[in-house]
Design a protein around this ligand. Structure first.
Ligand SMILES: Cc1cc2nc3c(=O)[nH]c(=O)nc-3n(C[C@H](O)[C@H](O)[C@H](O)COP(=O)(O)OP(=O)(O)OC[C@H]3O[C@@H](n4cnc5c(N)ncnc54)[C@H](O)[C@@H]3O)c2cc1C
Ligand code: SF4
Length: 327
């Protein structure tokens, strides 16, 4: 039995102060990831700071776009009428995640902060540089079917498991955070990081900082969008590969396009080169195939996950086809 303290806060400043006083502690929101990690001994915070009473549950649109508080519940975001109408890609990605029960507990901030599902990370008898820096990477020479094909390092080949974050990366969201040194904003695509030599760091949040919310700028991606998630089961399974596609079409001309992938890297993987190729071109299968070739240029498999190379390429084409309503 590992003891820990528990405290509940109702103001952002109180949450930040509570963590500053006890840096070995941690925030708890829905608890759907953190409690599992504690039960398995992967993490053992000395104090849990329950942030569920913070006034960070808003889902509201203004001239700047959509503002979602860090404690908004995943199912409330995906079922929100403004989100469904004006930001349907986000609603689709959220609906593809976990199960209804989990989505009813999981928060936006917690979803962003969830840890990798690499089985070696969860198994405390195995080496893992992310859990215990310097012990090695069990997955590199081990069973790596779920692992990265982009941006990995020789220290870690894990992937970020979130679906929601793939849509947020595609939609150019911004993260707002508060910490002991004040408030700041982080571009969503800069929030999660690649493993490099420090895979223990999942993101660019500084010590003691709290995510307060995200903002998605207004956009025209209301009609031709698609989130394609390929997984081992139809529900309640993490992505082997996922693709978020958003197109703004003028006839069959692609005026604007956003593309990001999940299940392929340590962070949501934005396909900028493929976007640049598609912009101004016709929405045709041939152009989508060419975009997929460009997107997959630097992909690399590690053995058991080699199948992802073909799967990811096909998923890009399929998602773009569906988004543009090509049959
Ligand atoms: C069986 C199962 C299947 C799942 N399948 C999927 C799936 O297919 N797709 C998917 O995307 N997700 C999936 N999930 C993950 C689920 O979405 C996450 O567990 C959930 O989003 C985490 O949110 P939470 O509020 O419960 O976070 P918690 O568990 O409370 O916290 C997670 C981490 O975030 C930190 N944290 C929470 N809020 C903040 C904040 N505001 N600021 C700073 N740090 C914060 C906590 O300190 C903790 O480290 C699955 C989970 C399970 C258990
Ligand atoms: S891939 Fe990353 S998380 Fe998995 S064992 Fe290697 S270091 Fe750990």
């Amino acid at each position: 039995m590992i003891n820990f303290e528990y405290t509940r806060v109702s103001a952002v400043k109180a949450a930040i102060d509570a963590l500053a006083k006890n840096p070995a502690g941690g925030f708890i929101a829905g608890g759907t990831n953190l409690v599992d990690l504690m039960k398995r001994g992967v993490t053992s915070p000395a104090r849990l700071i329950d942030i569920n009473n913070l006034p960070l549950k808003q889902i509201e649109e203004n001239d700047g776009g959509l503002r979602i508080g860090a404690l908004a519940i995943n199912s409330e975001v995906s079922e929100n009428e403004i989100v469904k109408k004006n930001y349907p890609l986000l609603a689709m990605a959220l609906e593809a995640g976990a199960s209804p029960q989990l989505r009813n507990m999981a928060t936006v901030g917690g979803n962003m902060m969830q840890r990798t599902r690499c089985t070696y990370f969860y198994d405390t008898t195995m080496p893992c540089n992310k859990r215990q820096p310097g012990t090695g990477c069990g997955a590199l020479q081990g069973y790596n079917r779920m692992h990265a094909i982009f941006g990995a390092s020789n220290k870690c080949i894990a992937v970020h498991p979130s679906d929601m974050c793939v849509a947020l990366a595609a939609l150019d969201a911004t993260v707002t955070v508060s910490g002991p040194k004040g408030d700041r904003k982080i571009l969503f695509t800069n929030f999660h990081r690649l493993p490099g030599d420090t895979p223990e760091k999942d993101n660019t949040l500084l010590k003691g900082e709290l995510i307060t919310g995200i903002t998605i700028p207004k956009n025209s991606f209301t009609k031709n969008v698609h989130y394609l998630k390929i997984r081992d089961r139809a529900s309640y399974a993490f992505a082997l590969v996922s693709v978020a596609s958003a197109l703004e079409l003028d006839g069959d001309n692609i005026k604007q396009v956003r593309l990001a992938m999940g299940g392929v890297a340590h962070k949501p993987w934005r396909l900028t080169a493929a976007e640049n190729f598609l912009k101004g071109k016709a929405a045709t299968i041939v152009n989508f195939q060419q975009a997929a070739t460009i997107a997959m240029k630097d992909a690399k498999g590690y053995g058991h996950n080699n199948f992802k190379l073909k799967l990811a390429s096909n998923a890009i084409i399929e998602s773009l086809k569906t988004a543009s309503a090509l049959s």
